[in-house]
Design a protein around this ligand. Structure first.
Ligand code: T46
Length: 135
């Protein structure tokens, strides 16, 4: 069963020259095939997003611009990770509760997902999540 130890920052390879930086995500960088891409932007600084877990979905979050905090919980432990580098993304495996907060002005969060949108994959009640994790 996944724990917060399975939630890790992954460095995205980049090519840097005098014109700037080009970061590339190829097959080897993230451990799933990408079936969906979405992004969060125009986010008020006091916004709270997430507040749920996924039964099967895996996601890779990239702070394309600005910064924000991601709090991940596995029912026993939790940790807070600040995302603030466009070449460092956070891999969130399935069965992990996530909360996103403390968005800087202009923050943009790009999400690469292992599957298409499916509301039945969400666990949006924290007590239900804790119960499932304790089984
Ligand atoms: C996650 C964090 C980082 C869709 O119609 N299609 C989609 O692909 C998504 C992601 C959402 N929606 C709808 C469902 C809701 O009616 O958009 C609305 C807002 O979704 P939600 O409240 O789940 O948004 P966040 O920012 O709290 O969470 C999203 C993802 O749902 C979630 O998987 O990890 O971003």
């Amino acid at each position: 069963m996944n724990t917060i130890d399975n939630v890790n920052l992954i460095e995205i390879p980049k090519v840097h020259d005098e014109r700037g930086i080009l970061a590339v995500i190829e097959k080897e960088v993230i451990p799933f095939d990408i079936k969906r891409v979405y992004y969060l932007y125009d986010i008020p600084s006091d916004a709270y997003r997430g507040g749920h877990a996924h039964k099967g979905l895996r996601q890779f979050l990239i702070p394309l611009s600005g910064s924000f905090d991601v709090i991940v919980k596995d029912g026993n432990d939790e940790k807070k990770i600040m995302l603030n580098k466009p070449n460092k993304g956070l891999l969130i495996v399935s069965g992990i509760w996530r909360e996103l907060e403390n968005f800087s002005s202009g923050a943009v969060c790009l999400v690469l997902a292992s599957d298409v949108y499916d509301e039945t994959d969400y666990i949006r009640d924290y007590e239900e999540f804790r119960l499932l994790k304790s089984r």
